[in-house]
Structure formats: structure tokens, C-alpha cells
Design a protein around this ligand. Sequence first.
Ligand code: HEC
Length: 240
Amino acid sequence: MNEPVNEPNTASDNAPDDQLTGHDYDGIQEYDNPLPGWWKWLFIVSILFGPPYFFFYHNGVEGRSLSDRYDRNLAANLRLQFDELGDLKADRAAVIKYTYQPNWLKAGKAVFKTHCVSCHGKDGGGLIGPNLTDEAYKNVKDIGDILSILQNGANAGAMPAWQNRLSTPEIVLVSSYVASLRGTTPSTEPKEPEGRPIPPWPGPPAEEQETETADASEDNTESTDAALEKETSNSESAEE
Ligand code: HEC
């Protein structure tokens, strides 16, 4: 302990000149070669830093951890976006409208990822809940039914009711996102179709015809005709 420490320790003056500690283990001797001071201090400081950091961020107090903060910022960001929607009415027309607006579908997807994937699978391919990408539905006969199922649940709570757990824009946008999943191919093995096949969704609303519609079906790109066909597409099953 009393020996001078921290002598320069380069390769040239390395071994032979170093002091020996005087320890002797079965004839093996030990050089006195202490850690550099900066290293030792880094070690001490990180020990001092660790426990307070741990207790501050990981003692279970709500809202302190990084992921809590991320969630809060994400929610704030969503709320900002939802302000743009104004007083959105939760009705069939709104669900149809946003089904054809890719930007808003992204917000619906965010809601889906948070609340629905546990039962419906990452891309809606189905787990406990049914496959949402195929043509068959158990409770849905019309696009508006998605909304009411989300609000009220289905099958005695097997599908929970979200009325009091999600805001109106969240419910509408996630309904639109679910509608947009129809006809897509999930990355995971999809669940068998349940229920009965239903007619295609109605086309995009006439006034808000967008050239860049969701990739739901081919005929959406024929922008002028789509509005006219909208009326008939419900009664006749267009392609299949
Ligand atoms: C606890 C598991 C669970 C969660 C979470 C869940 N669902 Fe479901 N969902 C189900 C089950 C089970 C059914 C089938 C109900 C039945 O048998 O009629 C279902 C049915 C549905 C249906 C009707 C499908 C059909 O074929 O009729 C839609 C649409 C749906 N869920 C959307 C969602 C959305 C959107 C979310 C997220 C906000 C969500 N679900 C969260 C379990 C869940």
C-alpha cells in the first residue's frame, strides 16, 4: 500500500522494472501493477451513481422510467393529431372515410398495436380473437358493425368493450384500420376463417375522393366510377 503508484506503464518498461508485491503463491510472484487512477475513479463513481439511479427510475413509481416517458410522449403526440379531427362522430360514415386515408390508418395501427395484437395477432392474423384479414366475420355484416363491436364488445366479453377505455377518435381510427386489414396477408400463420364471408366494404365517400387510396382493392383507383359504384357494390358481390 505504501509503494508509489501510477508509474507510467508502457510496454518498454513493463515487466522487469516493476516492483514485486512480495506475494508468493507456490513460487509464482506478483508484480505491483495497480489500475490507473482514472479507471479506479470511474469504478467508484459508477458505484455511487448506480443505486440512486436504480431507486429513482426503477422503484415502481409511475411515470419515471424511459418507457413510461415514451408512452406519455406518444400519447401526447396522438392527442395533437386527434385535435385535428375536431369533433369526430363515431358513426359508420367516419369509419368508411378514414379507411381510405392512409395517414390516419397509421394512427389506427398505433392503437391496434397497443391494445389488440395480444388477441388478434401482430397483423390481425388472429390468435385468441378471430382472423381480421380474411373475408369471413363472426359478428360483422357491414363496416359499421366493426365500430359497434369495438364499443360494446362481443361474445360476453371474450372481445372486450372499448367504449370507456379508448377515446372516440381512437375507436373510429382503429375500426378503420381493422377494415383496412381485410384482404391483407399477415406475416404470421393466419387463423382459420370463422363466421361467414360478407360483401366487400363500401368504396370511399364521394366528396373526399383521394387519388391515393388505401391498397384495399383494385377498383378504388378508378376514381370517377368508384363513387357511382359505391351504391351498388353492397348488393352485388363485385369480384368474388
Ligand atoms: C382479450 C382478447 C381480445 C382483445 C384484447 C381484443 N379482441 Fe377483438 N375479439 C376477441 C374475440 C375472442 C373475438 C370473437 C368474439 C366472438 O366469438 O364473437 C373478437 C372479435 C373482434 C371483432 C369481430 C370479428 C368478427 O369476426 O366478427 C373485431 C372487429 C375485433 N375483435 C376488433 C378488435 C380490436 C380493434 C381490438 C383492439 C382495440 C380488439 N379486438 C381487442 C378478443 C379480443
